[in-house]
Design a protein around this ligand. Structure first.
Ligand code: ZN
Ligand code: ZN
Length: 413
């Protein structure tokens, strides 16, 4: 670990030559051409091309559309830098001149910023390779949004085919006036589970419910009783969110369908709470189906989700100190763990520390015009991640390169 002040000076030196206009062009091009999870072919090719030109050994197609660039510069630590590349099935309503040209697909989570930050940090570090020593591994990850990308890269040999990391760094665009770099030591994002439920009833004529077992009524009872799980079974000091995101049943007014389907989304921050809520969901679904007299037990499928994202506390303190040196006092603060989630923690081999922080991206005029007085009130009133009006300020581009460059240099300089 270098001294924060000298690391910060070096980070400024090697990023001072970044051409902000060229960087913004690269970013706007990605924003115009968003690609859904595992379809990031154009984005991956752009990143790979720039890495190759900067001198990285580049492997494409890792875990589908993933890109890995490796730059070995003598002995020293191995640093992994990761950015995710996928867009969302959202119809853009930002009104930006460089809005999405793909109907129904949008970079609504800022992963186009992430790719731009990663690319430019990789270029800056490569251009200044005489000032550091070690190995840089730059990872363009597919499919963060639908949850499969990190797992796919690991299954495709990310940990075996490339130098083993001593540390992993990542960052996410977040609402908040441009110029802040929130860091949270320890738990920073929550675990997420998706749960599919199929209720099997007995279908029949809408005029003769006595000859059926109505799965709509049964599923409605399930939805209502699930609301008691967080309210009545999770302690007030613990956190959990259980949302029924989908409820599908039936085809016509006069038909009682044979089945109903629910899709649940669970967020927790503690493995004990997670286990308790999952058990409660299973108990309630089975109990309601029994009570209704369903002829066949329900199907309950817990899909592979993301675990908690838990920053190494000592590492986070070091990198937060570096970022404070780079950007000045008052720019780095801790807003505590959030109920959002991430799959970055699945990438490194077990035991390898990682740090994941935020870069705020709301244009200052949008922030100033947002109703509300305090930080949290305004926070709730500006377009955030996954909003069709999410419109990060390109002024956050160069700072988001400096966060990555300075974090890498804290190990390599
Ligand atoms: Zn997202
Ligand atoms: Zn995201």
């Amino acid at each position: 670990m270098g001294e924060p002040a000298s690391v910060a000076r070096l980070a400024w030196d090697i990023t001072s030559g970044i051409e902000a206009g060229e960087l913004a062009d690269f970013y706007r091009d990605l924003h115009r051409h968003p690609e859904l999870s595992f379809e990031e072919h154009r984005t991956a090719a752009k990143l790979a091309g720039r890495l190759r030109a900067a001198g990285y050994g580049v492997t494409e197609g890792v875990g589908g559309t993933g890109v890995v660039g490796v730059l070995v510069q003598g002995d020293g630590p191995v640093v992994w830098l990761r950015g995710d590349m996928d867009a969302l099935p959202v119809r853009e309503a930002s009104g930006l001149p460089y809005a999405s040209t793909v109907d129904g697909v949008m970079h609504a989570c800022g992963h186009d910023l992430h790719v731009t930050w990663l690319m430019a940090a990789a270029e800056a570090l490569a251009a200044a390779r005489d000032s550091w020593s070690g190995t840089l591994v730059v990872i363009g990850q597919p499919a963060e949004e639908n949850g499969g990308g990190a797992r796919a890269m690991v299954a495709d040999g990310l940990r075996e085919r490339f130098p083993r990391p001593d540390v992993l760094f990542g960052q996410h665009a977040a609402p908040g006036p441009v110029g802040f770099y929130p860091h949270t030591p320890g738990l920073t994002m929550s675990a997420v589970d998706d749960i599919d439920v199929v209720v099997h009833g007995v279908g029949g004529h809408g005029s003769r419910p006595e000859s059926t077992v109505d799965p709509v009524v049964t599923a409605a009872h399930i939805v209502t009783r699930l609301q008691t799980v967080v309210a009545r079974e999770v302690a007030a000091k613990d956190s959990a969110v259980l949302t029924v995101g989908q409820f599908h049943a039936g085809t016509q007014h006069n038909i009682i369908p044979a089945e109903a389907r629910l899709a649940l989304n669970l967020r927790t921050q503690d493995t004990g709470v997670r286990a308790r809520v999952l058990a409660a969901v299973e108990r309630i679904v089975r109990g309601e189906c029994d009570a209704a007299g369903c002829p066949v037990p329900p199907e309950i499928t817990v899909l592979p989700g993301h675990p908690n994202t838990v920053n190494d506390a000592a590492l986070d303190a070091e990198i937060a100190a570096v970022h404070r040196e780079v950007f000045g006092p008052g720019t780095v603060f801790d807003f505590g763990p959030v109920m959002g989630s991430e799959d970055i923690s699945l990438l490194p081999p077990p035991g390898v520390p990682y740090d994941y922080w935020y870069v705020t991206t709301t244009p200052p005029d949008v922030w100033a015009a947002a109703p509300g007085d305090g930080l949290m009130e305004k926070f709730a009133n500006v377009p955030g991640n996954h909003s069709p009006r999410f419109a990060p300020d390109p002024a956050a581009l160069v700072p988001g390169v400096r966060t990555l460059v300075s974090a890498a240099l804290s190990r390599l300089a």
